[in-house]
Design a protein around this ligand. Structure first.
Ligand SMILES: Cc1ncc(COP(=O)(O)O)c(C=O)c1O
Length: 437
């Protein structure tokens, strides 16, 4: 049928609504690859060990995300529909932690960038919305993914609900059992959530045959979600961290920080702390600041804060490894504890990943950022201290950054600007706090 003026046009879920977007919502994502002194090592084909071509990734990702994965453009325009959704919670606040400063008696001026204001309570929707959008535009109807604590699964579930996709999530068994509320959140958005390893995939069945009592890991759950996507031509896979395009989408965090610090009258952040699981909130917060260091000569110091129980940056090897346990994903050059490493089931489920994003690993290797490991009790003690001074209960993941920042702030002898990445809130993690306090 030819379209005429009278033909009713059905709006697609990816069409902009035409709502007014505040000018403070970023218009572009920032790509550190444009400013790096050496290029990020390419991802390799697991069979040939040759750099991946776009056709290798096509079964898993839409063309736009594959292009972003290898892009070296400094700025990538954010689609209008994605900006409209971002406007629900962006710009997220940068808050001066004045009570915390007083409580610990520091000379540092401490700020925290709070991503817990998103509808699901973490930074993860910054990329979930972008990924769901590009998949929907390409005609994909179903996304599969893994999740640890459930923050990512809930984020992708929300994004899929808003953009008209169905979503199936494999959640690491330890978190599936211990953290049912995020599963309820996913189900409320219309997703299906399975404990991983499950008997629904070959990868899951093989793992269960060898380790029937395993608590699961992100690497196992990734294998299951990838396999499910590859077997369904209408489906794609979506990853909540690690890949370059995820780092790109999260750059809205750090770009806002640059503007907000300037508005607060600060010349630069002196030391920035971000927790690191797969590396996405850390990259999002700090890559725009590292870019400014490289281009404009600022001297911001960046500290990646990882759990002592899963110390990929401080203890892992920097080499090519698979992103998952079954070896289905491309080979990524990263700091890794080995794809078969099963971390102990710590409360910060989102930090239980054997590897680290290639871009973060590369930045550490180039000396553009440092890394520290924080043990769970120290992290929770800092989370409680933060909650009692500032009112916000940090996500267990975020407490790792808080702990390292507090130790630093207590030791400074001159005034300086400290920024903490508060990647999420812990209101659905209260059983973890209750076992600590
Ligand atoms: C609140 C929060 N912070 C941090 C992370 C760690 O992930 P990434 O290193 O990709 O930011 C997670 C992962 O689920 C999370 O939920």
């Amino acid at each position: 049928m030819a379209l005429t003026d009278e033909t009713p046009v059905t709006a697609r879920s990816t069409d902009p609504l035409g709502t007014v977007i505040p000018s403070t919502v970023p218009t572009h994502w920032y790509n550190l690859a444009a400013d790096l002194p050496e290029p990020v090592p390419p991802h390799l084909h697991p069979g040939t060990r040759e750099p991946l071509g776009p056709e290798d990734l096509a079964p898993l990702f839409p063309a736009a995300l594959i292009a972003q994965e290898v892009s070296t453009e400094r700025y990538v325009e954010i689609p209008q529909t994605v900006r409209e959704i971002y406007a629900l919670w962006r710009p997220s606040p940068l808050i001066r932690a004045a009570r915390l400063e007083r409580a610990i008696g520091t000379q540092a001026r401490i700020y925290y960038k709070y991503e817990g204001v998103s509808p699901v309570g973490s930074h993860k929707p910054n990329t979930a919305v972008a990924q769901a959008y590009y998949n929907a535009v390409e005609g994909i109807t179903r996304l599969t993914t893994e999740t640890g604590a459930g923050q990512w699964g809930a984020s992708l579930s929300m994004a899929c609900a808003l953009l008209g996709l169905t979503c199936e999530v494999w959640q690491v068994r330890a978190s599936y059992d211990a953290k049912p509320y995020r599963r309820f959140q996913m189900e409320t958005y219309g997703s299906v959530c399975h404990p991983s390893p499950s008997d629904l995939t070959e990868a899951g069945r093989a793992i269960l045959a060898e380790h029937p009592d395993t608590t699961g890991s992100l690497g196992m759950a990734i294998s299951e979600a990838v396999e499910a996507a590859v077997k369904d031509p209408g489906a794609h896979y979506s990853l909540g961290s690690v890949l370059n395009h995820v780092m790109l989408h999260q750059s809205v965090i750090g770009q806002e920080v640059l503007v907000q610090l300037a508005d607060a009258g600060e010349r630069q952040a002196d030391t920035v702390f971000g927790c690191a699981g797969g590396g996405s909130n850390l990259a999002g917060l700090t890559f725009p600041l590292i870019g400014q260091n490289l281009r404009d000569g600022t001297t911001t110091r960046v500290v990646a804060c990882e759990p002592a129980a899963c110390p990929s940056l401080t203890q892992g090897e920097y080499r090519y490894d698979h992103g998952d346990v079954a070896g289905l994903t491309p080979l990524l050059k990263m700091h890794t504890l080995g794809k078969d490493f099963v971390p102990p089931s710590i409360h910060a489920g989102g930090l239980r990943y054997h590897g680290m994003a290639p871009m973060v690993s590369h930045a550490v290797n180039l000396g553009l950022m440092e890394a520290v490991a924080v043990d769970q009790d120290t992290a929770f003690a800092a989370g409680v201290e933060f909650a009692r001074a500032e009112g916000i209960i940090p996500a267990p993941e975020s407490t790792h950054a808080v702990a390292a920042a507090l130790a630093h702030a207590r030791s400074v002898t001159e005034p300086e600007v400290v920024v903490i990445g508060l990647s999420g809130n812990g209101v659905l993690d209260l059983p973890a706090y209750s076992s600590y306090v």
